[in-house]
Design a protein around this ligand. Structure first.
Ligand code: ADP
Ligand code: MG
Length: 729
C-alpha cells in the first residue's frame, strides 16, 4: 500500500495556515537592524575606523591592521548586542548556494578568563578548510590552501546567532575559487570603461556602477509531499509524473489571490528580509500552480547579488516554519512553467544619470544611444559567452522549452527605439555633416523621452529585453548565482566600450568632430549587430528558423555551451578585461563540466532506484491482482463468455508487462552507459559522454513510468502525483 503518499496527503489536509504576528513597528524602524551598515558603523566605530571603512568601500583604499582590529571590535560589540555568539566568513563557492564555517567569539582572556574576541585579522582573512570545494584543479596543482578575504563593499550582517562577513574566496596563489571575485572584477572593469566613454559627455563622471534588480521565481511544496518524493529531495525536480488533467491552462493561479499559507510565508519572509536590509518590494503568484515570485528594489549589483544569495537561504528557512519546501529548480515539473530569475540591469553614474535611460536633452540621448548600441554589440559578439553563463543542467530544461526564452540570445528593443535606430543609421553618413544635418539628427534623438512614454510593448519572450530604462536578462535560471551572468555581461560590455572609445578617439585624431565620430560609431555598431535584434515572438518555431538564417547560434547542450567559454570571443571579454586569467577560466569550465556530469549521474541513479524499487514492484503487484482476477474469471465463466470478458484485462496485463520489461532493460542499459562514462578521465569528454549516452535514458525511462501511472490502481501508486503536488493546499 502506498502509505507514505496517503499519509502525506492526510497531513496536508490537516494543515492550517501558521499566522505570522506582525511587528508593532513600521518597516522603516526595523529595516536593516541586522546589518552593520553605515549608521551602525557610525555608532559603534571610532571616527578613524569609520573613515577607514568608508574609504575602503568607496575608494578601494586598504585598511591597516591596527584599524582593522578596532573595526572588528566595534563590529563584534554590535553583533553581540544582537545575540551573536559566532562569526563566519560568508562566501560563494562554485557549488550551488553559499558556504560558511562558524567559529565562536569565545576565547581565553589574559587571566585565563573567558571573553568574546574578534580581531582585525579574523575579520580580514580566514583559511577555511576548503579542499572539498570545487576548484577545477587549481588548488591541487598549485597550493592546497584557499582563503577568504573580507569584501568591504558588502556590509556584515547577523543571521540567528552568527555574524556573517561577506568575503571572496581565493586560492593561495591568488586565483578566484568563487562567484564573487570575478563579479567584483567585472564591475570594476565596466566602471573604468564606462567612465572613459562618459567623459565624452560629462567630465564630472568619475564612477559608473552596475545595478541589479532580480526577480526570484520559486515553487512552494508542502513538506510532507516533498518528503514523499525522493526525486524532489535528491535532485530538486520530479524525474517522473504524468501531467495533471488540469494544470495551468486556465491561468487561474496567476490572477488569483495568494493562498493563505503561502501568503503567511511571504509576510514572514518580508519581515526577515527587511531586517537583513534586503529591500523586498513585490510578491505575487506566478503562472504555474504553487509558483510565486519575490523581487526587491534594485541595488548596486554586488550587494544585490549578495542579497539574492542570502534571501535564497532565508526563504528555505522561513518556508519550513510554514511546512513548505522551496523549489528553486528551473523546471521541477515537466510540462509546467519553469522558474527564472530575471536580472534587471542598468548602469548608473556618480552624477545620478542612468546610462540606459533616455536623457533629458539631445546630448543625454546621444549618450544613451551610445550605451544602448554598445550593449547591442557586446551581446551580439558574446552570444555564446552569455549563454554559457546561464545554461546550467537545471536551466537547460527551461530554456528552449515552449514557455521559456529559447537558447538563442537576442535583444528586444521595442518598436520606437528600433525604428529610431534604423532612421539614424540611414541618415548618418561618413561625410562631414552640415550644421543642418547635425541639427536634424539631434532633433531626431531629442524626442526619445516622449516616444518612450507610450512604449508599452513589453515583450515577455525575449531572453534580453530593453524595458525603457534597463535591460532585463530573462534567461538567467532561478537556482543560479546571478554573478555568472553579470560577470559575463559586464566584462563583455567593458571590452566593447574600450573598443568603442579607441575607435572614436581614432576618428577624432583624424580630424572628425567628436559628435560626428560618436554618431558614425553608433551607426557602425548598430548595423554590425542588428542580427541580434528581434522584437517578435521568441518562443515561436519561425524565430528558430529566422535566427539560423541570421547566423545566430542556438545551443541547447550544456557541455557544448560551456565549451564556448573557451572560444576566442569569450576569452577576449573575460581575459582581456582582466576579469579572469586564462587559467582561472579553464578551471571554471572544468568545474562547471564536472557539476553537469555529477548532476546527470545523480538523476540517473535516483531514477534507476525509484524505477526498480518503487515503480516496478508496484506495477507487478497490480498486475498480479489482475492475473488472479483473470484466473478467477476462468474458473467462474464458461470458455466462450470468459474469452469475451477477459480480453481487456489480458491486454492490460500485457501492456504492464511491456512497460516493466522496458523499464528493467533500460535501467540496466543506463547503468552500463554510466559505467562506460565513469572510466573517462577528461572532464570535457566525460560531460559530453554523459550528455549523449546517459541523459537520453532519463526521458525514455520516464515515459514508461508515466504510462504506468495512468494504468496502475491509484491506491497502490507510491509517489504523490502531479495533481497532488501542485494543487493540494
Ligand atoms: P516587472 O514588470 O518586470 O515585474 P518590476 O517593476 O517589478 O518589473 O521591476 C523588476 C525589477 O527591476 C525590480 O527589482 C526593480 O527594482 C528593477 N528595476 C527598476 N528600474 C531599474 C533600473 N533602472 N535598473 C535596474 N533595475 C531596475
Ligand atoms: Mg520583469
Amino acid at each position: 500500500m502506498a502509505t507514505l503518499r496517503f499519509q502525506a496527503l492526510a497531513d496536508v489536509m490537516k494543515r492550517a495556515p501558521k499566522m505570522v504576528s506582525l511587528p508593532s513597528l513600521k518597516v522603516s524602524d526595523y529595516y536593516g537592524e541586522m546589518v552593520f551598515d553605515k549608521e551602525a558603523m557610525a555608532k559603534y566605530l571610532s571616527k578613524e575606523a569609520y573613515k577607514a571603512v568608508i574609504s575602503a568601500m568607496e575608494k578601494n583604499q586598504p585598511i591597516d591592521r591596527k584599524v582593522a582590529d578596532s573595526i572588528a571590535s566595534g563590529m563584534k560589540a554590535w553583533a553581540v548586542e544582537r545575540g551573536a555568539t559566532h562569526y563566519t566568513h560568508w562566501f560563494q563557492p562554485l557549488t550551488d548556494g553559499t558556504a560558511e564555517k562558524h567559529d565562536g567569539f569565545i576565547d581565553f582572556g589574559d587571566n585565563g578568563n573567558i571573553i568574546e574576541a574578534f580581531s582585525g585579522k579574523l575579520l580580514a582573512q580566514q583559511e577555511p578548510d576548503a579542499s572539498s570545494f570545487p576548484s577545477g584543479g587549481i588548488r591541487q596543482t598549485f597550493e592546497a590552501r584557499g582563503y577568504t578575504a573580507w569584501d568591504v563593499s558588502s556590509p556584515a550582517f547577523v543571521v540567528g546567532t552568527t555574524l556573517c562577513v561577506p568575503t571572496v574566496f581565493i586560492s593561495y596563489t591568488g586565483e578566484a575559487l568563487d562567484y564573487k571575485t570575478p563579479l567584483l572584477k567585472a564591475l570594476a572593469a565596466v566602471d573604468k570603461a564606462a567612465v572613459g566613454v562618459c567623459q565624452y559627455f560629462d567630465k564630472n563622471v568619475t564612477k559608473v556602477h552596475a545595478n541589479l534588480g532580480w526577480e526570484q521565481e520559486y515553487f512552494l511544496i508542502d513538506t510532507a509531499l516533498y518528503q514523499a518524493r525522493p526525486d524532489l529531495v535528491l535532485t530538486g525536480r520530479t524525474l517522473m509524473g504524468h501531467s495533471s488533467s488540469k494544470d495551468q491552462q486556465l491561468d487561474d493561479h496567476y490572477f488569483g489571490s495568494i493562498p493563505e499559507r503561502a501568503s503567511q510565508f511571504m509576510i514572514e519572509l518580508e519581515i526577515e528580509a527587511h531586517k537583513l536590509g534586503i529591500p523586498v518590494k513585490t510578491r505575487h503568484n506566478e503562472v504555474a500552480p504553487n509558483q510565486f515570485e519575490v523581487a526587491p528594489i534594485f541595488e548596486e549589483a554586488n550587494l544585490a547579488n549578495d542579497h539574492n544569495q542570502l534571501i535564497m537561504d532565508v526563504m528555505k528557512r522561513v518556508a519550513r516554519h510554514h511546512n513548505f519546501e522551496i523549489l528553486f529548480h528551473e523546471k521541477p515539473f515537466a510540462g509546467i512553467n519553469g522558474s527564472g530569475k530575471h536580472n534587471n540591469w542598468s548602469l548608473g553614474t556618480n552624477t545620478g544619470v542612468n546610462l540606459l535611460a533616455p536623457g533629458k536633452n539631445p546630448k543625454g540621448n546621444l549618450q544613451f544611444l551610445t550605451f544602448l548600441t554598445n550593449v547591442m554589440a557586446a551581446v551580439y559578439k558574446n552570444q555564446d559567452l552569455l549563454r554559457a553563463s546561464i545554461l546550467t543542467t537545471s536551466n537547460s530544461h527551461r530554456l528552449g522549452a515552449n514557455e521559456a526564452p529559447p537558447a538563442i540570445i537576442s535583444i528586444f528593443l521595442g518598436s520606437q527605439i528600433s525604428s529610431m535606430l534604423q532612421n539614424l543609421a540611414e541618415k548618418i553618413t561618413d561625410q562631414k555633416m552640415t550644421p543642418e544635418e547635425k541639427t536634424a539628427l539631434k532633433l531626431g534623438i531629442g524626442r526619445i523621452p516622449e516616444i518612450l512614454l507610450d512604449n508599452t510593448d513589453r515583450n515577455r519572450t525575449s531572453p534580453f529585453a530593453f524595458t525603457g530604462n534597463r535591460f532585463e536578462f530573462r534567461a538567467v535560471g532561478s537556482s543560479s548565482n546571478n554573478a555568472a551572468a553579470l560577470t559575463a555581461l559586464n566584462a563583455a560590455l567593458a571590452v566593447q566600450l574600450n573598443e568603442f572609445k579607441a575607435d572614436v578617439d581614432a576618428l577624432i585624431a583624424k580630424g572628425v568632430k567628436k559628435d560626428e565620430a560618436i554618431f558614425q560609431m553608433i551607426k557602425k555598431l548598430y548595423l554590425e549587430s542588428k542580427a541580434v535584434h528581434f522584437d517578435g515572438d521568441g518562443y515561436s518555431q519561425e524565430w528558430v528558423e529566422e535566427a539560423a538564417r541570421r547566423g545566430l547560434t542556438n545551443i541547447t547542450s550544456v557541455p557544448e555551451s560551456l565549451m564556448k567559454y573557451l572560444d576566442p570571443a569569450s576569452k577576449k571579454s573575460l581575459v582581456e578585461s582582466g576579469v579572469m586569467t586564462e587559467k582561472e577560466l579553464e578551471a571554471r569550465v572544468e568545474v562547471e563540466l564536472e557539476k553537469y556530469t555529477m548532476k546527470i549521474q545523480i538523476e540517473a541513479r535516483v531514477l534507476g532506484d525509484l524505477a526498480i524499487n518503487h515503480i516496478v514492484p508496484t506495477a507487478i503487484r497490480y498486475q498480479t491482482s489482475l492475473i488472479s482476477n483473470v484466473q478467477g474469471m476462468r474458473d467462474l465463466f464458461p470458455e466462450g463468455e470468459y474469452n469475451e470478458l477477459a480480453g481487456a484485462r489480458l491486454e492490460l496485463i500485457k501492456e504492464i508487462s511491456g512497460h516493466i520489461s522496458s523499464i528493467k532493460s533500460k535501467v540496466h542499459d543506463m547503468i552500463e552507459a554510466r559505467k562506460e562514462c565513469n572510466v573517462i578521465e577528461d572532464a570535457k569528454d566525460k560531460a559530453f559522454a554523459y550528455e549523449q549516452k546517459v541523459r537520453p535514458f532519463l526521458e525514455d525511462i520516464r515515459s514508461h513510468i508515466d504510462k504506468l501511472e495512468l494504468i496502475v490502481d491509484d491506491e497502490m501508486w507510491p509517489l504523490p502525483k502531479y495533481r497532488e503536488l501542485l494543487f493540494t493546499r
